[in-house]
Design a protein around this ligand. Structure first.
Ligand code: ASP
Length: 321
């Protein structure tokens, strides 16, 4: 099987062939989701638990829908209000979870690395739904699927990622994925919002939109992540919009058929002009949301196959012992 991973913790450990296999399967789920027959029983008998220690709209809803369409038992735990607030450690949470025998665990956490830690302590497949500034693999995969469907390929494209790169797990996962698939990635934003060590990412860096957007195929905008900023990273939102907010005029520097993307939630009038975001001739933001369900179905399907194979092998080994 081409997809070998046991968990989906990030893009970093994935091989390009695994990415392609996942996107190919997601394409079939995208078609299924548009048809009248949206349900299958691929995950029948399996339990999916969603634990979101940080607020989420799109990602949580999309994972819930994906699990339901594949026939899993899906449960979402409201972690904001639960025992974590009462001081329970991540390890205690893992032990509690193990007692419930989940098969798929979807986790979002404000700390980078927390999802990896949890994956080491539980007996099931873990999917990272965003950990701190580290990774958001299903977002990068749904972005990749959207690009591949729009552009007909996922290699040798010129892609600009713009705005608050420093605080963005979406940017990090996208830089890794797009680099593995041999695209040219440009990062555009003020130097205060570029991560340290950016030169090692194999990307080009710009602090001017017109220069950075010149002839690109894809423009990916990012939200200003104020909740991760501890101090003044920009002079003012007005000034930021003037220099880095995407509007029709700035987009004029890109290729005439360049597409506009945004992972959401969007700050209209801060990083993107609202009219441009709604322009169905340029913006693929709604398609990104649609592809999110398909990509999450594919990811859970592939991980469940590997989980079943692993458990089967363990049973055979136990029987032989
Ligand atoms: N929804 C994305 C994330 O969880 C992007 C964002 O919040 O700006 O990282």
């Amino acid at each position: 099987m081409t997809f070998r991973a046991e968990h989906l913790l990030g893009i970093e450990p994935l091989h390009p062939a695994e990415i392609t296999a996942l996107l190919d399967l997601a394409d079939t789920y995208a078609e299924q989701n548009r048809s009248g027959r949206k349900h299958t029983d691929v995950l029948a008998g399996l339990t999916q638990i969603n634990m979101f220690f940080e607020a989420s709209t799109r990602t949580q809803a999309s994972f819930e829908l994906a699990g339901q369409r594949l026939g899993a038992d899906v449960m979402s735990m409201a972690m904001q209000a639960s025992s974590i607030r009462k001081g329970e450690t991540l390890i205690d949470t893992a032990l509690t979870l193990n007692a419930m025998h989940p098969d798929l665990l979807v986790v979002r956490h404000p700390s980078s690395g927390a999802v990896d830690l949890l994956a080491q302590k539980v007996n099931c497949a873990v999917l990272n739904a965003g950990d701190g500034r580290h990774e958001h693999p299903t977002q990068a995969l749904l972005d990749a699927l959207t690009i591949r469907r729009e552009k007909g390929r996922l290699h040798r494209l010129s892609i600009a990622i713009c705005g608050d790169i420093a605080h963005s797990r979406v940017a990090r996962s996208n830089i890794l994925l797009l680099g593995k698939m041999e695209n040219r990635v440009r990062l555009i934003g003020p130097p205060t919002l570029m991560p340290a060590g950016v030169a090692e990412f194999g990307v080009e860096v710009f602090d001017d939109m017109e220069e950075g957007l010149k002839d690109v195929d894809v423009v990916m905008m990012l939200r200003l992540q104020k909740e991760r900023m501890d101090g003044g990273f920009i002079p003012s939102e007005r000034e930021y919009y003037h220099r880095f907010g995407l509007d029709a005029e700035k987009l004029g520097a890109a290729k005439p058929d360049a597409i506009v993307m945004h992972p959401g939630p969007m700050n209209r009038g801060v990083e993107i002009d609202g009219t441009l975001a709604d322009d169905i001739n340029r913006s693929v933001i709604q398609e990104q949301v649609e592809m999110g369900v398909a990509v999450r179905m594919a990811a859970m399907d592939l991980l469940a196959r590997n989980l079943r194979a692993k458990r089967g092998a363990e049973m055979v080994a136990d029987a032989g012992a």
